[in-house]
Design a protein around this ligand. Structure first.
Ligand code: AHG
Ligand code: MN
Ligand code: MN
Ligand code: MN
Length: 334
């Protein structure tokens, strides 16, 4: 069978299926190109002088790693001149990055977490880039933060690139979820899994169990039932995994099923949750739903949440459909 490159996949989505306009196709190709550069920088590790902290704190209140800053710069530089974007927002920037006046402007807004799981860089564990594409509201030429505040259902594309033993780009343009593996010899992303499907049932859960004492009752009930194993109400043994890179935990779920939870709890209640709605929850929710999974806060579908702030945080429960529905049910029960 002939290898299908990312370019060919996108051209077919545009031409044969009419799913995406040419502008969006080119935008996604630019993001993918930036991910190749980030992959290359990360793979150099200590030899590239890219490990460690910069000494600055980002808008999230986190110490920035050199690779957080570098990845952000790579994505900005790659995307600002192409003419497809009206503005760019990032986990690492206080305010949206306007497109410099010397370049033409386009009709899309790009949102990203340039490096997800950055606490894992220095220990050589998989990290990634998460991105989301929205349409710029009509008539807006100088987008403000409020123009990004669209519910996740309005995303026209979302994806992530995981930098692990291999570099894999996972993408949805609303026509299922697909995976491309970076062929380092050719320098191109090659389609390696078409229409990803997440099993509806699972016996694997992912949560940072060190927060157990802070969890709300529905989450505690769900995890306790998993831990009870064969003799408990679930009647089967569960396995637990926690990489602490959302991209890696989500990638495992897309590959073999499972449920991922970073729920709101007593520790992060004042912030609304731990993970970011625009940079992490929304793109992952679209990718997961397009693969037949579900993504919920416990109280509502993530993609329906109306964002109130660019850096808003949110409760995240996603993965195998029946498990997510079970956790949501526990939130509804008294
Ligand atoms: P980031 O590195 O982009 O700030 O995101 C880290 C996130 C996410 O990737 C992961 O699921 C979570 O933080 C891990 O949090 P804990 O350290 O609390 O486990
Ligand atoms: Mn961060
Ligand atoms: Mn992140
Ligand atoms: Mn990040």
């Amino acid at each position: 069978m002939k290898a299908v490159s990312l370019s060919r996949y996108l051209i077919e989505e545009q031409r044969a299926k009419g799913k995406i306009p040419a502008d969006l196709r080119l935008l996604i190709e630019v993001v993918a190109r930036a991910c190749k550069s980030i992959s290359s920088a990360i793979s150099k590790g200590a030899l590239g002088g890219v490990l460690g902290n910069v000494g600055t704190i980002n808008v999230q209140g986190e110490a920035q790693k050199k690779l957080d800053v570098l990845s952000n710069e790579i994505l900005l530089e790659a995307n600002e001149w192409g003419g497809h974007l009206a503005a760019i927002a990032s986990e690492e920037m206080d305010d949206p990055h306007p497109i410099p006046h010397r370049y033409p402007k386009g009709e899309y807004l790009l949102v990203f977490d340039p490096l997800d799981g950055s606490s894992n860089i220095d220990v050589n564990v998989a990290v990634g880039t998460i991105f989301s594409v929205l349409r710029c509201p009509e008539g807006v030429t100088e987008p403000e933060p409020e123009h990004f505040l669209q519910p996740g259902v309005r995303q026209v594309a979302a994806g992530y690139c995981i930098y692990g033993p291999s570099t894999i780009l996972v993408l949805t343009v609303g026509d299922g979820t697909v995976m491309f593996t970076l062929d380092r010899d050719l320098g191109s992303f090659v389609l390696t899994q078409d229409s990803v499907r997440i099993p509806e049932d699972t016996a694997e859960f992912a949560i940072n169990a060190s927060n157990a004492r802070h969890w709300d009752a529905p989450v505690k009930r769900y995890v306790d039932e998993c831990l009870a194993g064969k003799t408990g109400v679930r009647g089967k043994d569960f396995n637990m995994r926690w990489v602490a890179s959302m991209v890696a935990d989500v990638h495992r779920i897309l590959t073999r099923g499972g449920i991922f939870m970073y729920p709101i709890d007593a520790k992060c209640r004042d912030k609304g949750g731990r993970l970011r709605l625009m940079y992490e929850a929304n793109p992952m929710a679209l990718i997961i739903e397009q693969a037949g999974g579900a993504a919920h806060t416990g109280y509502e579908r993530i993609l329906d949440v109306q964002p109130l702030g660019l850096h808003q945080r949110i409760s995240v429960i996603l993965g195998s459909k029946h498990e997510v529905e079970r956790v949501a049910l526990y939130h509804r029960e008294p």
